[in-house]
Write a protein that binds this ligand. Structure first.
Ligand code: UD1
Length: 257
């Protein structure tokens, strides 16, 4: 049983309810609409957040599923719905793609994500520091058991992620059955390493200050990638420098709009 409470300490009920409404309600509506249209093949954007606080890294797809916040709970509930759907009706084939930390943008600088307000995620915060919008990067904790004490994640370029979706679709067509699979690079990168890679790629120094840990954060999270390679014949190819360069190109495009 992986349900330990709807929201984590520090989250509002409104936020928890909104994640349930958007993600779980949206998935249930989509499944109903697909049923009506007799379409039973789906590539679903899940998240490594369904592994919660992992017992070990790299995280394999067979690791226990559990969550530390309401966003994670909502994604896991979607996975549960889709898993049960496939068990109940063999016409359904779903690829549950567990994204690690998608970053970057289309290399043209024309397509990307513009966060509203102050970004929660690391890469958009770094690009906003580079653009002069914030005086420094707030590093949430430097006392984790990691290479330099800062949180370690598996950053993956969104263009690699896009190719992973095509590979998953081909898998469903070829195999006629569903799969749950990680989409990550398999490499862990710390907060300070990402800031240094950004400077390497762009020539822009990123000032930082160490703050307290952020509630709900895990120390280290990166993917086991063998299933993606063996089943989907897919592996991430773009470097951390390419992720930084493309994220920075996008940040500049957004500012020139
Ligand atoms: C976050 C979400 C997760 C979601 C994922 C999508 C939380 C707790 N988790 O995960 O549910 O699936 O984004 O990519 O919000 N950091 C800083 N300073 C910042 C921002 C982040 O030091 O200003 C650190 C964090 O402590 C962490 C790392 O950078 O160690 C990555 O943070 P983030 O980009 O928010 O991703 P996740 O925490 O992995």
């Amino acid at each position: 049983m992986h349900f330990t409470g709807l929201k984590s300490v520090g989250e509002s009920w409104q936020q928890a309810a909104q994640y349930l409404d958007n993600n779980v309600g949206g998935t249930a509506c989509l499944v109903a609409a697909m049923e009506r249209a007799s379409v039973q093949r789906l590539v679903f954007s899940s998240s490594a957040t369904v592994y919660g606080q992992p017992d070990a890294v790299p995280i394999s797809e067979s690791a226990p599923l559990r969550t530390t916040n309401s966003y994670g709970r909502s994604k896991l509930l979607c996975e549960d719905i889709l898993r049960e759907l496939q068990m109940a009706d063999s016409r359904w084939q779903v690829a549950l793609l567990r994204y690690f930390n998608p970053v970057g943008a289309h290399t043209s600088g024309l397509i990307g994500e513009k966060p509203t307000g102050v970004p929660n995620n690391l890469m958009p915060y770094i690009t906003q520091v580079a653009a002069g919008q914030h005086p420094f990067l707030r590093v949430f904790g430097d006392d984790y058991p990691t290479v330099d004490g800062t949180g370690v994640r598996d950053y993956i370029h969104v263009m690699d992620l896009a190719k992973g979706h095509l590979a998953a679709l081909h898998y469903l067509e070829r195999e006629g059955k569903g799969i749950a699979v990680n989409l990550g690079t398999g490499s862990g990168v710390s907060v300070l390493q990402l800031a240094a890679a950004f400077t390497q790629a762009t020539g822009i120094a990123i000032a930082h200050q160490i703050l307290a840990r952020r509630q709900g954060d895990v120390a280290s999270c990166y993917a086991a990638t063998d299933l993606a390679l063996n089943a989907l014949a897919w592996r991430a190819q773009l470097s951390i420098e390419a992720m930084c360069a493309d994220a920075w190109r996008w940040e500049q495009s957004v500012r020139n709009l």
